[in-house]
Design a protein around this ligand. Sequence first.
Ligand code: ZN
Length: 204
Amino acid sequence: MSAYAQCIQDLISELSHLPGIGPKSAERITFHLLKSRKEDVMRLAQALQDMKSKVRYCEQCFNLAEEELCSVCKDAQRDPSVVLVVEQPRDLMALENPGTYRGLYHVLLGRIAPLEGIGPDDLTIAGLTTRLQAGTIKELILGTNPNVEGDGTALYIENLVTSQFPAVQLSRLARGLPTGSSIEHANRSILADAISGRQQVKPR
Ligand SMILES: [Zn+2]
């Protein structure tokens, strides 16, 4: 039984569920907040509330957005004929970092992982198919992570596109990315090279 007041115990318990934060860190953060000015703590609480109540998925690409369309899809300067497919909004953010890519994205919100029971229907592939049917997309770049599940997911999309949308050119990010690594943690110049050096997927 803890000697802390219940509300302190509750906050420590909530914080310790966050990724990368164990009970010791949760305790440290709780006491930091306890010592902080009330306005600062309330701002944090407000930011958490806003994040949950305002953020939704972009209706076109499934990036995080505050309106129907995300800031990338709303940008009229970008080329809607090129679409880069990624697993998560975090990957999109990483690929935006170098500032060199001017096309749009499609966020799958996951990857095919049979061992975890995650299939194509659990991703936003239906939304991607709808976009391809609209006919604006001329090139699709497969930007899933370079690991077994990411490669499997890319292969699934490749098969879908070659069978249903043969006019769409398919490419993959260049393999400057080490196999088994993740896009999210790759550095800027590697990502810029991976986009500019993308390789066309040969028809099988
Ligand atoms: Zn979008």
